[in-house]
Write a protein that binds this ligand. Structure first.
Ligand SMILES: C[S@@+](CC[C@H](N)C(=O)[O-])C[C@H]1O[C@@H](n2cnc3c(N)ncnc32)[C@H](O)[C@@H]1O
Length: 311
């Protein structure tokens, strides 16, 4: 989430009251000074401060029309202070403290049972993965490793013609997914499944298989910022090189895709070891808004020719 700054004066220009703008500046300074990590919906102290203030003051947190000049009541200032203290003292992602996360333009419920939605994959869902996928209808779609269900719900909204299966090994994460599926009233088209990887999906072949898997290597796991330690480790841990799950998916994905199906996977920090281990696979790396290219797309036919490097 990004909040457009709207400078109309110095922070000291309203002598007697504290405006939203002044409060946001004060909170941003406190967040910066606390040395927190910003990566769960925002990527800097100002955006996180704006979100925190709007949530605490019960103002619209979507950023559509921020009332920068509005004076805050004493109760609102006290609420801001209380939420700021919780954020700093607990080190928890703000998303967990306010039970909200934005993904692909939609607002999701979130709590500790699932990781905070932030996959780069969300950038291409509203455009139905064009131009990497032809815009023919997608009858069947799979969100593997669904967590909070954010990708599955966003897919269901972007592909109104599709039936979406949403699978995860974690029963607690699936409880959160159920909440989000009900929130967007897509129960008739999104089906939750529990299982290890594609276990339990049967013989279905998908036109689109999307997956944000666990891909964090052991070494990176050890160095993750404190905020990540409030999220389920199962969502991150990808083994020694980060490829434990992705390798299994690469071996099995073709059997679950239609002949002209598309596989879209976030590989994150495992991109380099992945390319080294699968040198003949023609990965197409999708460029994110932040300049990272850590999500790949592969046509079903390209998977047929994929071969893992022998040890
Ligand atoms: C990185 S999270 C992605 C969650 C969600 N799709 C998102 O983007 O916010 C990875 C998810 O994979 C699930 N997971 C881990 N190992 C799995 C396995 N062997 N089979 C199926 N799901 C698994 C975790 O429970 C977690 O919800």
């Amino acid at each position: 989430m990004r909040y457009a700054r709207c400078w109309r004066g110095s922070p000291g220009s309203h002598a007697m009251t504290v405006s939203v703008e002044q409060q946001v500046e004060q909170v941003a300074s406190a967040l910066d000074a606390a040395g927190l990590f910003f990566g769960h919906g925002t990527d800097n102290a100002f955006d996180e401060a704006a979100w925190l203030v709007l949530e605490a003051c019960e103002l619209d947190p979507s950023g559509d029309a921020i009332p920068w000049d509005q004076p805050l009541t004493g109760d609102q200032q006290a609420s801001v202070q209380a939420l700021l203290e919780r954020r700093i003292e607990s080190g928890e992602p703000l998303a967990y403290l306010v039970n909200r996360a934005w993904f692909a333009g939609h607002d999701f419920f979130i709590d500790h049972r699932a990781i905070v939605p932030r996959s780069h994959i969300g950038e291409w869902i509203p455009d139905r993965f064009l131009p990497w996928r032809t815009d023919r209808p997608a009858a069947s779609v799979l969100d593997l490793c669904t967590g909070s269900g954010c990708i599955a719900v966003a897919l269901a909204l972007a592909f109104p013609e599709a039936r979406v299966d949403a699978s995860d090994i974690s029963a607690s994460a699936l409880e959160v997914a159920e909440i989000n599926i009900a929130r967007y009233a897509v129960q008739d088209r999104v089906c939750l499944k529990r299982g290890d990887l594609v276990e339990g999906l049967g013989e279905v072949r998908y036109d689109l298989l999307v997956c944000n898997p666990p891909y964090v290597s052991d070494a990176i796991m050890d160095a993750l910022p404190g905020e990540y330690r409030h999220e389920p480790a199962l969502a991150f841990a990808g083994g020694a090189s980060g490829l434990d799950f992705i390798n299994r998916l690469m071996d099995q994905a073709r059997d679950h895709l239609t002949d002209d199906g598309l596989l879209v996977v976030e590989a994150g920090s495992a991109r380099e070891p992945l390319e080294a281990l699968w040198p003949r696979t023609p990965f197409t790396w999708l460029m994110s808004e932040n300049g990272e290219a850590v999500v790949f797309a592969l046509e079903a036919a390209e998977l047929v020719s994929s071969t893992r490097q022998s040890a």
